[in-house]
Design a protein around this ligand. Sequence first.
Ligand code: AMP
Ligand code: ZN
Ligand code: FE
Ligand code: FE
Length: 287
Amino acid sequence: MRIDLHTHSCFSDGTDTPTQLMLKAGQAGLDMVGLTDHDTVDGWKEAEKAVNSSGVALIRGTEISCKAYVDGSAMGRSVHMLSYLHQGDDQGLKRLFEDVKNARTERVKKMVELLARDYRISLENVYSHAQEGVAIGRPHIADALVSAGYFTDRSECFNKVLYNGSPYYVIYCAPDVLDVIATIREAGGVPVYAHPRASRRQKLVPIDIIEQMVRAGLFGLEAYHRDHSDDEVAEVLAIARQFGIPVTGSSDYHGKGKPNRLGENLTDPAVVEAIETQGALNIIWPR
Ligand code: AMP
Ligand code: ZN
Ligand code: FE
Ligand code: FE
C-alpha cells in the first residue's frame, strides 16, 4: 500500500483540481491520498467523486493554520495542524476556518500594500490566482509576482521577498494550537502535527509544548517530509518515540506551485488504520 497523507488542491493553494489530483495520484502509483487543503473542507466533495475513476482511496482532511504561544509571548510560532476524518459540518471547526480566513484576508491586504511600493501588483492580481472563498496566502501573492514577470516561480518569490521575517512579511492572528487540537477532537478528527521540525521555514516549537499537545490529544507527527533534513527526520522520530505516538509521511504536493512530487514520502498503512479507528468519518475506497 502506497499512501500519501498530505496534499493540496485549488481549493487552497494547490494548482490541480481535486479530480486532477486524484487522477495524478493514480498515475503516480498511489493507493490512497489525503486531501488536506488549508483551512477548508470544500474540496472533499469533488475528490470523493474522483475516487472510482482514479482507483485511489481518499482520506479526507484539512491543514489548519494555528500558533504555539511560547513563554506567554503574544507573537506565537506558526504551527500547521493536519486533521483527518473530522465531521465536515462541525460548527466549531467551521467557525475556526472562518476566523482564520478573515485574519488571512487582512494580512494579505497589508502585504500587498507593502509590496506595491516596490512591485507593480494589486490585490486584484493576487485574487485572480485564487478560487473564490479559499484561505488566501503567500502562495497566491507569489503567483501574482510571477505572472507580473518579477520572478520565475513560487520558490524564488519565497526566497527573495515572501520569507518569514522579510520586510514585506506581515504576521496574522491564528488560534492557539492547544485549542485547535481540542476542537479537532470534538469534531471527531485526528490531529497530526505537520512538518514539526522544518527549521528552514519556521521557528521551531519547543518540546515541552509538543508534550502539552500530546496531552491535549495530538495523534502523531509528520516525520517524512521534504522540508525536513535527515537529521530533522531523526529528531521527529525520537520525539515520537519519547511520547509513544505514531509518525506519518507525505509529499505536501501543491501541483505546479512547488517541486514536491506525489508519493515522494509515504505513510505506514497501520498508522492509517489507527487514524480511521479514531476518526468520525471513513476512508472512501474505490469500487
Ligand atoms: P501562508 O500560509 O500564507 O503564510 O503561506 C504558507 C504557505 O506557503 C504554505 O502552504 C506553504 O506550502 C507555502 N510555502 C512556504 N514556503 C514555500 C516556498 N519556499 N515555495 C513555495 N511555497 C512555499
Ligand atoms: Zn499550502
Ligand atoms: Fe504546511
Ligand atoms: Fe501543506
